[in-house]
Design a protein around this ligand. Sequence first.
Ligand SMILES: O=C(O)CCC(=O)C(=O)O
Ligand SMILES: [Fe+2]
Length: 340
Amino acid sequence: MGDIDPAFIQDPDYRPTLEPQEPDQIPVINLSISSPNETKNLVSDVGDACQKWGFFQVINHGVSRELRQKMQQVAKEFFHQTSDEKRKVKRDEVHPMGYHDGENTKNVRDWKEVFDYLLLEPTLIPASGEPDSEELRTLTNQWPQYPPEFREVCQEYARVMAELANKIMELISLSLGLPASWFNGYFKDQISFCRLNYYPPCPAPHLALGVGRHKDSSALTILAQDDVGGLEVKQKWDGEWIPVRPTPDAYIINIGDVFQVWSNDRYESVEHRVVVNSKKERFSTPFFFFPSHYVNVKPVNEQHPAKFKEINWGRFFATRNRSDYKKQNVKNIQIDHFRI
Ligand SMILES: O=C(O)CCC(=O)C(=O)O
Ligand SMILES: [Fe+2]
């Protein structure tokens, strides 16, 4: 036990502790409301969670349990196939959507396999991150033959996630003192995508991570995790890693880089990572809610000095996503590069 490819081994500073930790402290927010007064409380709970943690869980979100279970089932059936079968829909530089088993986060390999697909087909993004390049690139999905209902279930699931993302974004807008629909127009041609994560049991969970520490570059992310656990969030005030314990039927929401810029640092995109274990496989499904490629992201409140320069979202996305395929000599681009 314990012998793994050195490409997966984290630097000692970033290895997980795997010791029992404190009980879960990430807020759980009930989205069902029946009076205007409850809306006020809900908005204030969302705002507090965004400010303190950058993470919260939601219950009574309106997504059917049946759809979530179907999604879990097709993911299991897909990932349990042979490598050869899965590689028929392998991602590459021409087709960035599909199956992938060699992702690096911060230049260390993740102990996971993924399948990515876009909400909208086709989706347009800039061909490169170069500031003066106007060329666009058309992205489409790749779908496996098996299981036969895979495509239909995935597409339905992404549509439902986009609706939930809108609802949560409206609450976040209200919590920032803006009209609920303030950001809606930025998502007309959204580059949102859904990812199926599969973490096989790992013989050396003390050395490797399912996903290394990172921030999501989305506006927000909606994550479904199964009952195994493994997601950890970096507590803002002391850098402790806090587990997000599985809560039946809940979705985990986190603020991504886009909302950090829009809110001018009031809400931060918080670092998180995934710990693996030697006994149980784990599945999770993040939906990354991204604006349209042509949106220029900048702080919305003009009463305070802006902490970020305007960022063209498509170019940022195009630059960041190149890091999936090659080990890079430089750290991949982050919003901090745009700080004033
Ligand atoms: O699997 C998880 O719990 C989280 C995955 C994640 O953070 C990501 O895919 O960006
Ligand atoms: Fe993430």
